[in-house]
Each structure stands twice: as structure tokens, then as C-alpha cells.
Design a protein around this ligand. Structure first.
Ligand SMILES: Cc1cc2nc3c(=O)[nH]c(=O)nc-3n(C[C@H](O)[C@H](O)[C@H](O)COP(=O)(O)OP(=O)(O)OC[C@H]3O[C@@H](n4cnc5c(N)ncnc54)[C@H](O)[C@@H]3O)c2cc1C
Length: 548
């Protein structure tokens, strides 16, 4: 299917990189040792998005799709047990609207913002998925989160967003920290620069620990290794949570190659540096520029500083092979569902899944479901089920406006994010997870008592929209911690400290945990009931991969 996906995108005009002969080019990516990833410079995701948007806009222009910009899905409407519509809020004027349908498809993305700080767009949230969960859709593997190793480090308390530096940088960048604590201290106090640390005093820890994959180990392995070095006191920025991503070797290597090809002097260091920088600029120039704008340092001269950040959620709404949730007629596609990735999503596979779901799976499966409704007329939005759903949405919003508490919505979101990052982040243990469950519950109670949402319902009110989303994050966060507590093994992005090898690597327990945890809503997160869907592997042998 992957070749069909690429052909589809090329037809939509996505400018994939091409080799000299005009064929589509490939490059390597984290977790693999061969070049097999199609790419569009350092912007593959964005270009795919633009391609899909353009194709959709064409259909809007032809009248085949009706677009409701800036409308938020607030609840699902069930009629006779089937998904028959949604309640929305117009984010511009606050109007609550009813929409009837023969089927409902949720494509609302991932919930990484439960951590407050993440690489996701500020508007990303769990609410659509959570609303259908509360109406009967199981929520699977909520604790499976991907932490991406190549992000710009947190710089202080004022931040509300983290920036991803593309994974492609690990193709050429080498990751290291100083070997000596005194060098770390000197860097932090501004008395030493990274470029002045001799090679022998640098610890290229990924190359040391994983000689086969080196800097291209999968994201979860690279992230934990950075955390391990920083926890041991070798972090290279003021907060102690940063490692270097260094392009000096690549610049030198490419520069020598260019000098050789052009018949120039390979021993001329400044010429080699210039030629090498030109190659790196051609490959990653947009990313280097972005880094310089944010950090105010020139990454061609000084190693970049990076640290892991929340990036993708492998968990999500449970779906069957037809992408239908446990509610008849309600589907979930893309990052919003749990399918395809398990505990560990490799680079580039998110858009592969989104495109597969949207272009190659759902168009075939949903037709099968709709064929039973061929004689059902349009869905009447005056039905009592719509009335009830709308009334409960309005009641929630009125509750927020009328609360007149003392703390902002962001106050709660930030606090939740800190609990999640400290206790449910890159590594988790029983004590921390139990504490997280308790703390999130208390925070939720406090939120309903003391949150302050200014303004009115019937107007543009970003704080109100956020309040409803944070309310859902405060429930999801607890289920997330409960799921992580239940899974006492380590696997992929879920690292349980109690389950590790003597070398500190993730230790799976396939005998007891080869299943998907699908949670059923039972009134509140603490009462959620687990359904274990066994994973059966018929074509492949289940084994632990070694990156050494
Ligand atoms: C910085 C960054 C770089 C990435 N780079 C890559 C890459 O190179 N390759 C790759 O494979 N993957 C990449 N990913 C991951 C990939 O982009 C995402 O997994 C993918 O975009 C998810 O697509 P989606 O359509 O499922 O959801 P999204 O793209 O998140 O879209 C969800 C949409 O639903 C809307 N929405 C949410 N809730 C509601 C609601 N209640 N009502 C109405 N609308 C709602 C949102 O506003 C949004 O427009 C990247 C992710 C990030 C954050």
C-alpha cells in the first residue's frame, strides 16, 4: 500500500525529492539502517498536508464537500445505538449547532497536548475522541506516547509550545555530551564553548552504546539515552536538559568530497568548511534557519542543542479493521485512533497511516456500512437525542462561564502537564503513577471549583473553548496513568523502570502483555473497565530488536 500512497501524493503535487535521473529519492531515518523513506526536504509532513488540503479544496470548489471552518465537535449523538450526528460550536460566534448524518468519522488528531508542552499544534486536543469514548467507544493504549529526541529544549516557565527539529537531522548530526563534569559546569556558566572541547573529551553516547545504529536508533531509545545522560548531570544548557547535535563532522566530510570532485585543495580547511556548509544548507537549510531564529545561535558554527519532547500519541480510540469504533457507525481515522503503530511508532509512519486510512481503507469500508442505510432518509435533528446532547453541551459551557473561580484555564493545563511529564513521561514507575492518579483527580476537582472562564458563550471565546478541552485532558490524564500502571512491562515508548535489563534497556514481557488495552468508560476514569484484545502474530516471529 505504501507505494500507492506515494503515487497518490505525487499526483496531488507533493514535491518529493528526486534523484539526478528524475526518480523519487530515498533517505534513511531513525530505526532503520537502509534508505527507504521518501521525503520533501525537511518538510515532508507539511508538504503532504498541503497536497491533501489542495485536493480537498478542489472537491469543496466542486460542491462535493461542505466545509464548516472553525467549528468544534462538542458531542456525538446516538440514535438507537448508532452514531447519527454531532453537536458543534461555531468558534467565531459561539453558536451551538446540530448536524445529522448516517455515519460519523472522527479525524481529530493526537492528544500529546495532555502534557501541556509538546510539538503539536496549540489547538490539538483529545475532546472529540474523549466525547465518543464517553458515549461508548473504547479508548486503547492511552499511555503509548512517542517522545521525539530532536526538539529545541525547554527554555523556561513562559513557554507554551515546543519546536521539533526534523528527524532527518540525525542522518548527519552526531549527538554528544561532554565526558567531564567540569566541562559541563564551564559550559553552563558561559566559560567554555562546545567547539573548544577536544574530541577525546566528548561522549558520543549513542555511537558508544549502539554501535550498529549509532545516531539512527529509534526515537524512544534516543530519547531515553538523552535523559539518562542529563539525569547523570551532563546536560549542556542552564536547565541541565539538553544534549548536542553536531554537524561539524558532516560539514567536513561533505566539504572534502566536494573539494575532491571539483579538483580543489582538500587540505584548505576554510574552503572545505565552506563547501561542506553549502551541502548542509542545501539539505537542511530551512531547519537551520528555524533553529537560529528560535535559539539565536548559528548551528553551522556551533552544535545545536536538543532535548526530547512529547510528539505523537500511538494510543487513541479503539477501531476494528474497518476503522469503526465500538459504536456502530462511528469511525476514527489518523492519529485519533490507536491502530497500526503499537507501542512504538517509527518516523514517517504517521502520515503513511493517515493517508492509508483516509484514501485506501475508509472509502471502501464505510460504504459497506452505509449500504444498510440506503433507504434511510436524512437524519432529523429535532429528535430528542439531539435535544438532549445539545442541552448537555450548553450546560457544561454555562457551568464554566458561571463558575467565576480564581484560576485561569492555563493554570490547570500547565499543572496537569507537569504531573504528566514528571510521572508519566519518558520513564514511569509504580509509585509515580499512583501519585499521578491521585494528583490528577485532585486537580480535576479543583478545576471545577476554581476555574475562571471570562466572557460569554455566544461570542468568540478562546478561553471557553480551551476550558472544555482541558476538562477532557483532566480525565484522559488519569486514564493514561491508570493504563501505564497496569502495564508493568516496558515496551516501545512506554518505559517502566521496574522492567529493564541490567544495561537499562526496555524489558518486554510478551508472555503477559501481548494485548491491546481497550478501556470502556464507566462513569469516571478510575472505574474504566479494561478489555484485553490479544495480539496474534501469524506471519512474523515476535522478538526483541537489538540496535547494538
Ligand atoms: C511538528 C510535527 C512534524 C511532523 N512530521 C511528520 C513527518 O514528517 N512524517 C510523518 O509521518 N508524521 C509527522 N508528524 C505526525 C503527523 O503530522 C500527525 O500524526 C498527523 O498530522 C495526524 O494527522 P490527522 O489528520 O490524524 O490529525 P491532525 O493533522 O492533527 O488533524 C486533526 C484536525 O482535527 C481538528 N480537530 C481537533 N478536534 C476537533 C474537534 N473537536 N472538532 C473539530 N475539529 C477538531 C484539528 O484542529 C485538526 O485540524 C509530525 C507531527 C508534528 C506535530
Amino acid at each position: 500500500m505504501s507505494t500507492n500512497i506515494i503515487d497518490q501524493c505525487v499526483a496531488q503535487g507533493v514535491p518529493f525529492a528526486r534523484d539526478y535521473g528524475g526518480l523519487l529519492d530515498n533517505r534513511s531515518f531513525g530505526g532503520v539502517l537502509v534508505s527507504r523513506t521518501f521525503y520533501a526536504k525537511g518538510q515532508t509532513g507539511q508538504q503532504l498536508l498541503l497536497g491533501a488540503y489542495s485536493a480537498m479544496n478542489r472537491q469543496i470548489g466542486r460542491g462535493k464537500i461542505k466545509m464548516f471552518n472553525r467549528h468544534e465537535m462538542m458531542d456525538l449523538v446516538l440514535v438507537d445505538g448508532k452514531a447519527r450526528g454531532i453537536i458543534t460550536r461555531n468558534l467565531v460566534n459561539g453558536k451551538i449547532e446540530r448536524h445529522g448524518a448516517h455515519a460519523v468519522v472522527i479525524a481529530s488528531g493526537g492528544y500529546g497536548n495532555v502534557f501541556f508542552l509538546s510539538t503539536n499544534a496549540m489547538g490539538s486536543n483529545v475532546s472529540a475522541g474523549w466525547k465518543i469514548h464517553k458515549k461508548g467507544a473504547h479508548f486503547a493504549n492511552p499511555c503509548f506516547t512517542q517522545i521525539h529526541p530532536t526538539c529545541i529544549p525547554v527554555s523556561g516557565d513562559h513557554q507554551s509550545k515546543l519546536t521539533l527539529m526534523s528527524e532527518s537531522l540525525r542522518n548527519d548530526g552526531r549527538i554528544w555530551v561532554p565526558k567531564k563534569k567540569e566541562d559541563v559546569e564551564a559550559i553552563r556558566s558561559g566559560n567554555l564553548k562546545a567547539i573548544n572541547i577536544p574530541e577525546d573529551d566528548r561522549d558520543y553516547y549513542l555511537e558508544r552504546r549502539y554501535p550498529a545504529f549509532g545516531n539512527l536508533v529509534p526515537r524512544d531509545v534516543a530519547s531515553r539515552a538523552a535523559k539518562e545522560r542529563c539525569d547523570a548531570g551532563f546536560g549542556v544548557n542552564k536547565t541541565g536538559e539538553a544534549v548536542y547535535l553536531d554537524f561539524a563532522s558532516a560539514i567536513n566530510r561533505y566539504g572534502k568530497e566536494q573539494a575532491h570532485v571539483k579538483g580543489l585543495d582538500e587540505e584548505d580547511a576554510s574552503l572545505v568548511k565552506k563547501l561542506g556548509q553549502d551541502v548542509v544548507r542545501a539539505k537542511y537549510g530551512n531547519l537551520f534557519q528555524m533553529y537560529e531564529k528560535i535559539v539565536d545561535q548559528n548551528p553551522y558554527e556551533m552544535p545545536m542543542m536538543i532535548y526530547p519532547a512529547v510528539h505523537y500519541t500511538m494510543g487513541g480510540v479503539w477501531v476494528d479493521y474497518n476503522l469503526m469504533t465500538s459504536i456502530p457507525g462511528c469511525y476514527a481515522i489518523g492519529e485519533a485512533n490507536f491502530s497500526d503503530h503499537g507501542a512504538n511508532r517509527l518516523g514517517a509512519s504517521a502520515l503513511m497511516q493517515g493517508l492509508a486510512d483516509g484514501y485506501f481503507v475508509l472509502p471502501y469500508t464505510i460504504g459497506d456500512y452505509l449500504s444498510n442505510d440506503i433507504r434511510t432518509g436524512s437524519i432529523d435533528t429535532q429528535l430528542p437525542e439531539f435535544e438532549k446532547a445539545e442541552a448537555s453541551v450548553k450546560a457544561q459551557l454555562e457551568g464554566f462561564i458561571g463558575n467565576k473561580g480564581k484560576n485561569s484555564v492555563d493554570y490547570y493545563h500547565r499543572k496537569l502537564g507537569k504531573i504528566m511529564w514528571d510521572k508519566c513521561g519518558m520513564s514511569r514507575n509504580e509509585k509515580g503513577l499512583k501519585a499521578a492518579i491521585k494528583e490528577i483527580k485532585q486537580l480535576r476537582e479543583d478545576f471545577y471549583k476554581n476555574v475562571n472562564v471570562p466572557g460569554r458563550i455566544n461570542e468568540f471565546n478562546e478561553q471557553l473553548a480551551k476550558a472544555a478541552r482541558v476538562a477532557d485532558f483532566l480525565e484522559l490524564g488519569e486514564l493514561f496513568a491508570k493504563d501505564a500502571l497496569e502495564r508493568t512491562e516496558s515496551c516501545g515508548g512506554h518505559f517502566r523502570e521496574e522492567s529493564q535489563t541490567p544495561e537499562g534497556e526496555a524489558l518486554r514481557d510478551d508472555k503477559n502483555f501481548t494485548f491491546v488495552s481497550a478501556w470502556e468508560y464507566k462513569g469516571e476514569p478510575s472505574k474504566a473497565k479494561i478489555h484485553k484484545e490479544d495480539l496474534k502474530y501469524e506471519e512474523i516471529e515476535v522478538k526483541t530488536r537489538s540496535y547494538k
